[in-house]
Design a binder for this molecule. Sequence first.
Ligand code: ADP
Ligand code: ZN
Length: 636
Amino acid sequence: MDKYQLLKQYFGYDSFREGQEYLIDSILEGRDVLGIMPTGAGKSICYQLPALLLRGDEAGSRAITLVISPLISLMKDQVEGLNQAGIHAAYLNSSLTPGQYRKALSLAKEGRYPIIYVAPERLATPEFLDFAQNADIVMVAVDEAHCVSQWGQDFRPGYLKIINFIDGLKRRPVVAAFTATATKEVKEDIIDLLMLQNPAMVTTGFDRKNLYFGVMSVKDRYGAVKNYLECHPDDAGIIYCLTRKNVEEVCEKLAGEGFPVTRYHAGLSDEERKSSQEDFIFDKKPVMVATNAFGMGIDKSNVRFVLHYGMPKNLEAYYQEAGRAGRDGGPAECILLYSGQDVTTNQFFIENNQDNQELDAAMRQLVMERDRERLRKMTFYCFTNECLRDYILRYFGEYKENYCGNCSNCLSQFENTDVTEIAKSLIGCVESSRQRYGINVILDTVHGANTAKIRGYRMDANPFYGGQAKTHSHKLRQVMNHLLIHGYLAMTDDEYAVVKLSEKAGDVLYGQEAVIMKLAKEQPHPAKTEKGKSGRRKSSYGISAGSVKGAGFGDKLSEAEEALFERLRGLRTEIARREKVPPYVIFSDRTLIHMCMLKPETKAEMLKVSGVGEYKYDKYGKQFLDCMMKSGSVEL
Ligand code: ADP
Ligand code: ZN
């Protein structure tokens, strides 16, 4: 079978996503790879599929891919998912009893599993080494590869052992590393510490297009949360609170009003934490109220919303927590409920941070300063009129469009603005200076900056010098970006990054073409006032109704289809309980929604649904077809 057939057969997908194919092909050519892709982008398939291809169809092939993963729950989910899809896989970690561990290892020795997940700490144990020395390990995939770097928050000493392990193998396998974190330092660490050899690299960026971002400043936060849950009765979601006390209060109140909530924070017993986590993962209690202690290690893919009942201490934390929504790629909502009190609470946390005891006073001061700065940036997020997504991405060093159309600001704060005059100045400046300068010189010239550099280039004599002195420099930059993104101007692809004219530039400069773009309204932010008593707001797909809408296909499904979705979901829950696996391992929300849209009546039609492969069809297809028939889906 080739890679496309495998993709369809086992995973039920028709095409690859951005970056996947290149990484897969590179692995198959025997090249190391580094994939930096945000959560939900589909990193797993990048090593799972080559693992199958490397094993091949030949009888007796025992090629093994080891997947090193830091989190037990994540491993468990992945392995369950693979087995559900008809792929033999196992995990080796401390959650197994010694008996189970030996059993798994002996099956592994017999060559039963093409894919084996292992915790980094296991790599150095004699039992495992003995197995590895005699096994045909063709690839080592390192998941969450940033754990190898001491720069990151998630450093795992066990990850430093990976390279020794690889070195000790008889034959060096292909090494494939994956992460969603990609600062320059971390990236370099991954390449150095895992000793990747000329790796093929893919960076698909930080953006999570399926996430809607919103900020609400409401006096009655509890009321807003309650209202949100009422509008999303069946969706799974997380409500993050700043303190344990908040968790207790919010959870108790919501439970008292009959919402299916559970709670998690570091002050609870191990047992309670474990059982709440399970209730959440298995959709028994789909709403989790938690502190930031909850998260590392949950891989629930159908989280449809993450509400922040309070502002986290920085954007790193916020994006990580909010990012737990929509891992299945289906649309999900991330809403921050802000109150002025949050700043004080966070300042208190910063000043009383016990994590830095070992630092000397000067260092502690520095760290505190840095934390305060981060808090300031987080606070600005709650007040900016600009696109929230753009704000976050810029914070992480990524520059995109200033308008995403899927955040609360873009939807309420932006208006079409005619920027033709500004565009003419910028383009005119590029032309009159004979296309020799980079962005900053052009911007400074048009803005009328009186700097040595500008004078040195004689740009103060340029006819456009100071032509837009009254326009805010930030706005100038946004228009410049717009002109670049929409092909009026282009940048040379060398180290000088000079701005050049494109064909379209003339239409603006000499022709009649107007340049219209979305810009934030110049007004105070409504987050400062109470926005909509009920806490409702318009999102791109309307949040008035239940789960299907939450899954983001709401505007495509009719009422009858929504009802069908609920029934299919009920069936999925039933099967999940019977097989003791989380529901999303059987079919994702997206798959069920696609099913409602296609309404398959035959096997061939069912296989057209995204996420339904041969194996899953054999296992579940009939039950779902029957359920659709019973529901009279034909008349829908
Ligand atoms: P990551 O590890 O990058 O967070 P996953 O590997 O868990 O992401 O994939 C996220 C979701 O996207 C999964 O439900 C997965 O099945 C789905 N997915 C991956 N690749 C594709 C594809 N080519 N087409 C459709 N869905 C895909
Ligand atoms: Zn936006």
